[in-house]
Design a protein around this ligand. Structure first.
Ligand code: AMP
Ligand code: ZN
Ligand code: FE
Ligand code: FE
Length: 276
């Protein structure tokens, strides 16, 4: 089994890239893709570690880009990207800066509401790397204001809640183009979480290469529907757990909880070979 959706401490996961690689070997997975939010910082570390230790596992370089489409959050996965591509690197470094400013503004808002979290704490939780809202949620949890990440979102930092500050502007078509330019394949992440299902056709028309059909929160009905959509539109099928670490958070998958079997994985490899 291949788990094609995992996060590390480079974004908002709780395992380092090396710990994730070890955990994946221990779970008996044939391969994983590391798909941190808006960063490729964990990839070299994991791949180097695998090489040094001769780990019996494939590690596919990936990314998950958080974009916005209308009033929806849309995540685009990229696989087999050349993560040294300069357009990609430049855009990601802009995004990192914008995320830093946004997190500062969110902390200020929360402080004004009387919650005594501080920015240094959030930075520490983010390991000095890219900051995402789950880091702010963890800070609120550490200080005892909420019991779970979910509660932090529901009360304070979800869209429309008092601590929320919108993200920089980043559109799905830009993410798809960046991934394409970096030689990778683009995949719509967890399509089942998108409220307006009609927009999936739009993403297909924008040139997305695949759909993340297998995902812990997808029902069998959704899985069957997306399989059909892939067959009709000649799209790649992918899957992954969205593993974020060993935190007790029902919203996130266990490593290997969803993924791709050997045959579907071969289709992706075939597609990559045809591109070359
Ligand atoms: P950001 O990109 O900084 O806006 O953070 C988005 C990330 O927060 C997503 O990728 C999820 O991992 C997480 N997230 C978003 N909404 C929720 C929610 N309602 N509950 C828990 N985690 C969430
Ligand atoms: Zn995340
Ligand atoms: Fe996502
Ligand atoms: Fe994810």
């Amino acid at each position: 089994m291949y788990d094609l959706h995992t996060h590390t401490t480079a974004s908002d996961g709780t395992l380092t890239p090396c710990e994730l690689a070890d955990a994946a070997v221990k779970s008996g997975l044939a391969g994983i893709a590391i798909t941190d939010h808006d960063t490729v910082a964990g990839l070299d570390i994991a791949l180097e570690y695998k090489k040094q230790n001769n780990l019996p596992i494939e590690i596919i370089p990936g990314i998950e880009m958080n974009t916005e489409y209308g009033d929806e959050e849309v995540h685009i996965l990229g696989y087999f990207i050349n993560y040294h591509d300069s357009s990609l690197i430049n855009r990601l470094s802009e995004i990192k800066k914008a995320r830093y400013t946004r997190a500062r503004n969110m902390v200020t808002r929360l402080q004004k509401m009387g919650l005594s979290i501080d920015f240094a704490q959030v930075e520490r939780l983010a390991h000095g790397d890219l900051i995402a809202r789950p880091h702010i949620a963890r800070a609120l949890m550490e200080k005892g204001y909420v019991f779970s990440i979910k509660e932090a979102f529901n009360k304070y930092i979800d869209r429309g809640k008092p601590g929320y500050v919108p993200r920089y502007k980043f559109l799905p078509e830009e993410a798809i183009a960046l991934i394409q330019k970096a030689g990778g394949i683009s995949v719509l992440a967890h399509p089942g979480l998108i409220k307006n299902q009609d927009c999936i056709t739009r993403f297909i028309n924008m040139g997305i290469d695949g759909l993340e059909v297998f995902y812990p929160e997808h029902s069998n009905r959704q899985i069957n529907y997306y399989l059909l959509l892939c067959a009709r539109n000649n799209l790649l099928i992918t899957g992954g757990s969205d593993f974020h670490g060993l935190e007790k958070d029902k919203n996130k998958g266990k490593l290997g909880l969803a993924g791709l079997n050997y045959n579907d994985m071969q289709n992706i490899y075939k597609h990559m070979r045809r591109k070359k």
